[in-house]
Design a protein around this ligand. Structure first.
Ligand SMILES: [Zn+2]
Length: 201
C-alpha cells in the first residue's frame, strides 16, 4: 500500500483528462495528460478539486512537521529508538499478532510471511507468492494503523484491485479506515522528517 494517490480530473469543456500520478511534499511532480507527461503545471491552472487535494497534502505535511520533534515507536513518544534489529523484531511480532487477529475473524484471508525492509515508495507490498513486505518505518505507526496496513495487504488475498470487494473487506476489519488512511499520509511525512527515523532509512 502506497500513500501516493492518483487523482483523475476531466476538463468539462475540452474533455481532456488529467491524472496526477505523483504528489510529494505538496508539489505536483508529474501530471499525465492523455499519453504524455507534463511536469509541474502551474498550480493556479489546476482544477479546484486538485487544488483542494494539494491543500490537504500540505496540511498533512504541516502536521507531520509539528510531530517530527518527537520520536515515535508504535505511535508513542520514546526518548530514543532501539537498534534497527530490535525494531525489526518488534515490528515482526506486532505484524504477526495483528495478522493472526484479522485472519481469526476473516479465515478467507491469508499470507505466507512478513519480510521487513526499507521500501522507499510504500508502507507495504504483497507479492504474488503471498509474502508481505513491510517498510521498517511502519514501526512508527500506532498499532491501529499497523492493523490497517496489514488489513490492506491481506484483503489482496482475494481482491486484486481496490474495487468494491476490496473496500468491503477493509471496512469490515477497520470501520474507520478512512481516518486511518488520512493519518498515514501524515505519518508518511513524519518518518521522513524525524531525524531518528531518517537515519534508519
Ligand atoms: Zn493495494
Amino acid at each position: 500500500m502506497s500513500p501516493v494517490r492518483a487523482l483523475q480530473t476531466e476538463n468539462k469543456t475540452t474533455g481532456k483528462r488529467t491524472t496526477i500520478v505523483r504528489v510529494e511534499w505538496g508539489d505536483v511532480k508529474a501530471i499525465r495528460q492523455g499519453k504524455g507527461y507534463k511536469v509541474k503545471l502551474a498550480e493556479n491552472r489546476l482544477p479546484k478539486n486538485v487544488r483542494k487535494y494539494l491543500d490537504q497534502d500540505r496540511q498533512a505535511y504541516r502536521t507531520a512537521k509539528n510531530m517530527s520533534q518527537q520520536t515515535l515507536l508504535f505511535g508513542k513518544a520514546v526518548p530514543q529508538l532501539p537498534s534497527a534489529q530490535i525494531i525489526e523484531k518488534k515490528l515482526l511480532q506486532a505484524a504477526i499478532d495483528s495478522a493472526s487477529n484479522i485472519i481469526e475473524q476473516h479465515p478467507y484471508l491469508n499470507y505466507k510471511e512478513f519480510d521487513i525492509k526499507i521500501l522507499p515508495k510504500s508502507w507495504a507490498r504483497r507479492r504474488p507468492n503471498g509474502i508481505i513486505s513491510l517498510d521498517l518505518r511502519v514501526a512508527a505507526l500506532p498499532k491501529t494503523h499497523l492493523k490497517y496496513v496489514i488489513a490492506h495487504e491481506l484483503a489482496h488475498t482475494i481482491a486484486q484491485n481496490h474495487g468494491p470487494l476490496f473496500r468491503r473487506i477493509v471496512s469490515a476489519i477497520c470501520p474507520n479506515w478512512q481516518e486511518l488512511h488520512n493519518d498515514l499520509w501524515v505519518y508518511w511525512y513524519y518518518v521522513r522528517l524525524n531525524r531518528v527515523w531518517q537515519r534508519l532509512a
